[in-house]
Design a protein around this ligand. Sequence first.
Ligand SMILES: [Zn+2]
Length: 271
Amino acid sequence: MKKGLVLALLFALLGITAQPAMAVSVAQAAPPASQPQDPGRTQQFIQLASGWTQAGSAGGEAQLTGEPNPDLVVYLTFDDGPDPKWTPQVLALLEQYHARATFFEIGYNVKKYPDITLQVAQAGHTFGIHGFNHLDSTKLEYEVFYSEIVDNYSIIADVFSIDSSLINSLTPCFRPPYRAIDKTVINWVEGIGYELSLWDIDTEDWNNKTPEEIFSTVIIAIQPYSVILMHDGGGDRSNTLLGLALVLHELTLRGYTFGQYCTAYGQAYTP
Ligand SMILES: [Zn+2]
């Protein structure tokens, strides 16, 4: 990777902060039409990214050719969507890097924004269940827990009724809201034939982390088959977008590809 190209890409990525609605077109253009507004912040990004690039991968051997390595698969996952503002921007970034992901959408958001759910499916991504109302499963009676799953499944399946082939993207994976699980919940999940879909790397993008923090959290911990947790809904996701852009860029340079954590046959990998 040439340093000039790294700089051009980072400048392009920084454009996302200034103009969220133009994230895709800005990122695709090199160099960008406008310079970042904060030179100090820009310098920070450049130093951070070049430092990681020189340090090589977590496994020790740097893969900086950008050639995909079949042994270097990681799994991006996005919770709490769909969101009409943020989800399409996440989709655009994923498309740029030929990345596939799994989305754990909340039922009541699907009800509000079915077109966005359809966009996610048509882009080739898969879906897990995250509950219709995003409730703490450990505080529920079984009947309510069961309804949370079935209602979440049904609302997504309804969206896919216009194209029956999309139903295969709806997978038997359950991600518990708030990571709230206990022995009872685990038994319930197994009892209905679902897999409990957790993660290896929590970017904490839900916790007001900066793009730099999101990026470094992933890069420090990354290894083949890591499952990465991010969010495309539930608040302002502009830092998630910028952090995601950096992660996609850096991991692609290292030869990583981005697979689907959940498939119609269940989880590709169990953390
Ligand atoms: Zn959630």
